[in-house]
Design a protein around this ligand. Structure first.
Ligand code: PLP
Length: 453
């Protein structure tokens, strides 16, 4: 039986990424407020936020300082844009700070509002820049099966998950998908992680050769796949992939929408995963999710090509009304200041051993086939048979059941296929982290009992 608020919700709100057939019967968990790493529903029940919202609420809830900086900026100049001949201090200061933090030498930052917009911008930049450089055939972009890059037409095309393509007439032309670097699922029997990485690099090489290297412009990858199920590639994967890309003059776009700003214990996940990106997409923790803001960090040679082309054709015809919105930029800049002032990266690095120890220990649970993760992000994958790695019938909805039990226990985590993802706020304490894993273990026990019943 739905509450009044739940009934109004399902009657009026078209929910993203939801089963629109079952949601009207089940209703939503309706949240009212947050404090630190806890959120509270309308009845006042607290939940430990094990997903930092949607991988984004790095600093937790109730940061008055961010509220103040937003209010101050709204009083002073609530809106100004960056189109022809206009700019403002919050965007300038934020771009300067991001250049300083960038994992590669950076020239400029293009601002937008979401990770999807950032990756759409990446696609358009690839096309535009290759036109500008006089190689109009070099336009294809390779992403990966299970990669997640957003839901707009171009970014959903890059995303390598069937739900984002089926019935949407996607992907668009010129997007290709390469293999997913998940050793547990796609490694051959007796193939080491190293051999698996070597094979994937060889397959990518063959794929680029088959397409024609003169037609392939870019490869886009999350340092660690998030929404595809928290997939951590083998240690040597990126160096091997990078060598192939360099051989064919294919640029590497790092989608750091989840991994940017400390998730893997470095400012950027690329550094942690030994990637050398040419450009970077950022969002989510850039503002600790307090306001929507995202961006693309570009190097000199792309900036030069953009300027040259503008000289020829008059204008760089891309941008959003809210590109670099002053309130969002001010909040993002303050967020970065807080990360530095509170040494959030140091805190994360202090927590990683405990997080990984508790996570990997779940690999021994009867329901768990693989417990995987790096930094402060992880997942446990439920299997029907540990020895053969056989999964459950998808209709059983085992991960959804684990998530539902966790919610009853006061923990929010997320189901992705048969996996359950964990991505707590970066500021979680050691005691709260233990509570998270205690509650997750209880949920797994209950799900195991349910599955066996
Ligand atoms: N890229 C990655 C790696 C993401 O995880 C996401 C969202 O989760 C996106 C892009 C899309 O971002 P948004 O939902 O802000 O459009």
């Amino acid at each position: 039986m739905l509450t009044n608020l739940q009934a109004r919700d399902v009657a009026t709100v078209l929910h993203p990424y939801s089963n629109l057939a079952t949601l009207p019967r089940q209703g939503s968990l309706i949240l009212e407020r947050g404090e630190g790493v806890f959120v509270y529903d309308v009845d006042g029940k607290p939940y430990l936020e094990g997903m930092a919202g949607l991988w984004c609420n790095a600093l937790g809830h109730g940061r008055e300082e961010l509220v103040e900086v937003a209010a101050e900026q709204m009083r002073k100049l609530p809106f100004a844009h960056l189109f022809t001949g206009k700019s403002h201090d919050p965007a300038i200061a934020l771009a300067e700070k991001l250049k300083e933090l960038s994992p590669m030498p950076a020239a400029k930052v293009f601002f937008c509002n979401s990770g999807s917009e950032a990756n759409d911008t990446q696609v358009k930049l690839v096309w535009y820049v290759n036109n500008a450089l006089g190689r109009p055939a070099k336009k294809k972009i390779i992403s990966r099966i299970k990669g997640y890059h957003g839901v707009t037409v171009a970014s959903a095309s890059l995303t390598g998950l069937p739900n984002n393509h089926i019935d949407f007439d996607l992907p668009i032309a010129g997007v290709r998908h390469a293999a997913c670097p998940h050793h547990y699922r796609f490694g051959r029997p007796d193939e080491s992680e190293e051999e698996f990485a070597t094979r994937l690099a060889a397959e990518l090489d063959a794929q680029i050769e088959a397409e024609g290297p003169e037609t392939v412009a870019a490869f886009i990858a999350e340092p660690v796949m998030g929404a595809g199920g928290v997939i951590v590639p083998p240690e040597t994967y990126y160096p091997k992939i990078q060598a192939v890309l360099e051989k064919h003059d294919v640029i590497l776009i790092a989608d750091e929408v989840i991994t940017g700003f400390g998730r893997l214990g470095e400012w950027f996940g690329s550094t942690a995963m030994k990637m050398k990106p040419d450009t970077v997409s950022i969002a989510k923790a850039l503002s600790s999710s307090y306001v929507p803001i995202a961006g693309v960090i570009i190097p000199d040679w792309i900036d030069d090509a953009l300027s040259c082309q503008s000289e020829k054709i008059g204008v760089f015809g891309h941008g959003f009304t809210y590109s670099g919105h002053p309130v969002a930029a001010a909040v993002a800049l303050r967020t970065l200041e807080i990360y530095e002032r509170e040494n959030v990266l140091g805190h994360v690095n202090g927590l990683i051993p405990q997080f990984q120890r508790r996570l990997k220990a779940l690999g021994g649970h009867p329901l768990v086939g693989e417990a995987r993760g790096v930094g402060l992000v992880g997942a446990v994958e439920a299997v029907a048979d540990k020895a053969t790695r056989r999964g459950f019938d998808p209709k059983a909805g085992v991960a959804a059941k684990i998530v539902a039990f966790a919610q009853e226990e006061g923990l929010i985590v997320r189901a992705i296929g048969d996996a359950v993802a964990i991505c707590p706020p970066l500021v979680i304490t050691a005691a709260e982290l233990d509570l998270l894993f205690d509650r997750l273990e209880t949920a797994l026990d209950r799900a195991d009992h349910w599955a066996g019943a």
